[in-house]
Design a protein around this ligand. Structure first.
Ligand code: GLU
Length: 499
């Protein structure tokens, strides 16, 4: 039983490295697919190769109208660009499989003429019936090859009866195919386990395996990098390359992403698509960085890097063959890191849609100042509207424990009033970080108390919270008038309902 080893193709010239990402336009881009795209992109860029976007849209039932746009938007948002694709054309266009049907049919005819493929007239109903029967008798459920050895006359007569037919590959009955994978090494598949799979369905649509091989060859793909769930398709595709006498590309199957409990990552574990991460306020830099770490490691174990940096040192041999486990704390940590590192103006610009969605009207300059005081306290853009809410409204609920501790006690109203007085004594141009702080510290000195005893109730009166940016920063950002108004309001409120 010798392994089949078709010749390996070597493409020469600047375009030697050609990698494709081939999603089906079924909706939002799943993060598993985004990670595949990222590894393809990183590999292409690391080797001065081409990154190609191909849309696998031959299944109208699964296609979504905006699926292609959703994929493109998600890739661009994450910072990946492509050199060839449906939107930008290229030397091997078209890049949508639905526009390449003639090519698949031509290849189908070639295989049929060469005897490597045959027409199968079994109807789906008949196939299902025989599959069930095989199951009952404990036989393998695959296609029983009934049409494989029909005579020319039998085929002719079935055709004449107008029976629709699919095209199947005549795959070897014995032996094995050895897939040589750049991540997993050699993986063996017995031919006995592969049936005569369909190449072209009776309605003329190609199957994934067939269209994929035809396109990967015609588009001169040098490296097929894809998720591990496709590994079992690879021996079938190898047989097809052999039947077509096309050289094999290199294969790299990247490990699964598992949920923290090591089950399959699914909706119940939280966000699963790039769009959902975006809508939750993750930054593309953080998500891309995180995805790169899911199965790949930066030399030296570095954890924070840009895509450009990763592209400079990416190599397939640093991809781990074992599954990667998703870790929400790490992605949040990374997001917090990028949020702190970005200039406040940039965070402000990106946070604007989140502010608008919560009904806060703010211009970008003001937002930049608010963000500068708060960006190191949040992990997600979507946390900013709440973190900044007290700059926009004074009808906030006061933190209950803080209220009990700092406001609901004798003397609190007095303290707020005294604070208010010294702040009111400052002119508008003295109402600065230094000015307000000096006024408060001097007052504490005069009263013979610690500054904290003034600061805590004031913070609660201004923000309703016990923690946040520096109190004097908050005062300056609220402005003199608003600061005084809130202190007066709380002092009055405490007098009306004394503790
Ligand atoms: N359309 C397939 C998918 O989205 C492509 C698999 C491949 O890269 O060959 O999973």
């Amino acid at each position: 039983m010798g392994g089949l080893a078709p010749p390996r193709g070597r493409l020469k010239g600047v375009d030697a490295i050609r990698v494709r990402f081939a999603p089906s336009p079924t909706g939002e881009l799943h993060i598993g697919n985004a990670r595949t795209a990222l590894f393809c992109w990183l590999f292409a860029r690391s080797r001065q190769g081409r990154f190609i976007l191909r849309i696998e849209d031959t299944d109208p039932e699964r296609n979504r109208e905006d699926g292609e746009t959703a994929v493109q938007e998600a890739l661009a948002w994450l910072g990946m660009d492509w050199d060839e694709g449906p939107d930008r054309g290229g030397p091997f266009e078209p890049y949508r499989q639905s526009e390449r049907l003639a090519l698949y049919h031509e290849h189908g005819r070639r295989l049929l003429a060469g005897g490597q493929a045959y027409p199968c007239f079994c109807s789906p109903r008949e196939l299902a019936r025989r599959r069930a029967q095989a199951g009952e008798k404990g036989r393998a459920p695959g296609y029983d090859r009934r049409c494989r050895d029909l005579t020319v006359e039998e085929r002719q007569s079935l055709r004449e009866r107008g029976l629709p037919h699919a095209l199947r590959l005549k795959s070897p009955l014995s032996g094995q195919t050895v897939v040589s994978d750049l991540v997993r090494g050699e993986v063996r598949f017995l031919h006995g386990e592969l049936d005569d799979f369909i190449l072209v369905r009776s309605d003329g649509r190609p199957t994934y395996n067939f269209a994929c091989v035809v396109d990967d060859h015609l588009m001169r793909i040098s490296h097929v990098i894809r998720g591990e769930e496709h590994l079992s398709n690879t021996p079938r595709q190898s047989l097809l390359y052999q039947a077509l006498e096309y050289p094999l590309p290199e294969f790299a199957h990247i490990p699964m992403i598992l949920a923290p409990d090591r089950s399959k990552l699914s909706k119940r574990h939280g966000a699963t698509s790039v769009q959902q991460y975006r809508d939750q306020g993750y930054l593309p830099e953080a998500l891309a960085n995180y995805l790169a770490l899911l199965g790949w490691s930066y030399p030296g174990g570095r954890e924070v890097f840009s895509l450009e940096e990763a592209a400079r040192c990416f190599s397939l041999d640093r991809i781990s063959p074992s599954a990667s486990v998703y870790d929400d704390r790490k992605i949040e940590w990374l997001n917090g890191h990028y949020l702190r590192e970005l200039p406040p103006g940039e965070v402000a610009r990106r946070a604007m849609p989140f502010m608008r969605a919560e009904g806060y009207v703010v211009d970008e300059n003001r937002m930049r100042d608010l963000v500068a005081a708060t960006q190191d306290r949040v992990k997600l853009l979507a946390e900013l509207p709440d973190a900044l809410s007290y700059y926009f409204r004074d009808d906030f609920d006061c933190d209950e424990a803080g209220f009990q501790k700092h406001l609901a006690r004798p003397g609190a109203a007095d303290l707020l009033e005294r604070g208010c007085e010294v702040l009111a004594g400052l002119a508008e141009n003295e109402f600065t970080l230094e000015g307000t702080e000096r006024a408060y510290r001097d007052l504490a000195g005069r009263l013979g108390i610690r500054a904290a005893e003034l600061i805590h109730p004031t913070r609660l009166a201004l923000t309703g919270r016990t923690v946040g940016p520096g109190l004097f920063t908050i005062m300056v950002l609220l402005g003199r008038q608003e600061t005084l108004a809130r202190l007066r309001k709380w002092a009055e409120r405490l007098r009306v309902t004394p503790a």
